[in-house]
Design a protein around this ligand. Structure first.
Ligand code: FAD
Length: 387
């Protein structure tokens, strides 16, 4: 089987219709406003779903349009390139997948109806804790069953994206025993207005279009009907979707970094110093060259990972190498775009500064640069042990 990603006519048409949807619904002024307001209005998100883009990649039985991984990632990349923004529509599908894959019939029905009506998932993903980000096993949120049979959830989650804007939170907690050695944990879909649930926002330095915060769970009663997936299998469920999450994260970074490169490249022709366009200086040409190489490599890696997934091949190693390389490269590209713009790059008159801050956050979210080494670094010796 050889790796190839020539886009099909269908994929080209889909991207063209996305560009048309974008031109009709969004522009830089609106995007800038969403960063200032800390969110994208519901009608815009709904329009994305109504136009069919938000349904691509979801199973047919829930009303989705089946598509391969590459098609889904192409959409994410292009939406991020057009907007130069971390639009929630580019990643909403990840949360929806969690429910269509592991939820029961009632949960899937509720989530899909909400998604179609509001254009966004009804819940945030609340996995990280103050003492457990990279190290999920260290989490201490726990659901304990009392002598009366009641199940009580207690703990704290943090950095929960969109947590203050959703009706539910999808919370992962240990079963019965919070100790590190207990690897049994489960997912619970908890309404935000249930007694004992409280959310408090945190001030972010970037990626302000998607605010995050702390979720306090103070003796919250949970019910069997809140359970998502199998009891005790929460860790496995969490790990299962991490690989595709990394791909979606890099696709969105790639699109944004590409937008920064395009802006910067155009600017080098417009801006003159010492009576010459800055595009004529070798130091600037070197930056553009390295930026182009970094995005070319990231794109090739991303599409190959998609191709591997679409062909049923393992991507544990490749997805961690991609997240490591892609996140650092996209951040570097956006940072160099700021440099090329000079003082203007450090203002909100251009979008490269906001892109650079978005990229910075995504070197931490969806698994840090270092954790990718922790994952890949242990696999590489085994890969070559018998070579
Ligand atoms: C923009 C953004 C959005 C987020 N959204 C969400 C969300 O919606 N829901 C959610 O649950 N969480 C979310 N997070 C949290 C994110 O998943 C965690 O911040 C991330 O997993 C890192 O965990 P930590 O912050 O606890 O850092 P730590 O795990 O404490 O790491 C601290 C430092 O040590 C390094 N380190 C840790 N372990 C190792 C190791 N073994 N080897 C080498 N270095 C190591 C890390 O790379 C890092 O540099 C978000 C974070 C960001 C920045």
């Amino acid at each position: 089987m050889a790796y190839s990603y020539t886009l099909t006519e269908e994929q080209e048409l889909l991207l063209q219709s996305l560009r048309e949807w974008y031109a009709q619904n969004l522009d830089e002024q609106k995007i800038k406003g969403y960063y200032e307001a800390g969110g994208v209005p519901e009608d815009v998100q709904k329009s994305y779903v109504d136009a069919g883009f938000g349904m691509i990649g979801l199973p047919e039985e829930v009303g989705g349009t089946e598509a391969d991984k590459l098609t889904q990632l192409l959409l994410t990349e292009e939406l991020s390139r057009l907007s130069g923004a971390s639009l929630p529509m580019a990643s909403n599908i990840l949360a929806i997948h969690d429910i269509t894959e592991f939820g029961n019939e009632d949960q899937i029905k509720m989530v899909m109806e909400y998604y179609k009506e509001h254009g966004k998932p009804p819940f945030s993903l609340a996995f990280s804790e103050p003492g457990a980000g990279s190290d999920n096993m260290n989490m201490s949120a726990v659901v304990r069953t009392g002598a009366d049979g009641k199940m009580i959830l207690s703990g704290q989650k943090t950095w929960v994206s969109n947590g203050g804007k959703t009706d539910y939170a999808l919370v992962i907690a240990k079963d019965e025993d919070p100790s590190r050695s207990n690897n049994k944990m489960s997912w619970w879909l908890i309404p935000m207005d249930r007694k004992g649930v409280k959310f408090e926002g945190l001030e972010k330095i970037g990626n302000k279009i998607m605010p995050f915060g702390d979720l306090f769970l103070d003796d919250v009663e949970v019910f069997e009907s809140d359970l998502v997936g199998e009891r005790g299998k929460g860790f496995f469920q969490l790990m299962k979707n991490f690989e595709f999450e990394r791909l979606v994260c890099v696709a969105s970074m790639l699109g944004e970094a590409q937008a920064a490169l395009e802006d910067a490249a155009k600017y080098t022709l417009q801006r003159s110093t010492f009576e010459k366009p800055i595009a004529s200086y070798q130091l600037i040409q070197e930056k553009l060259t390295d930026m182009e190489i970094a995005l070319w490599n990231t794109r090739n890696q991303l599409y190959e990972c998609a191709w591997r997934m679409d062909n049923g091949l393992d991507i544990r190693l490749q997805s961690s190498l991609l997240k490591r390389y892609g996140a650092m490269s996209c951040h570097k590209v956006a940072d160099e775009a700021v440099q090329i713009f000079g003082g203007l790059g450090f203002t909100t008159e251009t979008r490269v500064g906001r892109i650079m801050l978005d990229m910075r956050g995504l070197r931490i979210g969806a698994g840090t640069d270092e954790i990718m080494v922790y994952i890949a670094g242990r696999m590489i010796p085994k890969k070559y042990a018998n070579a």
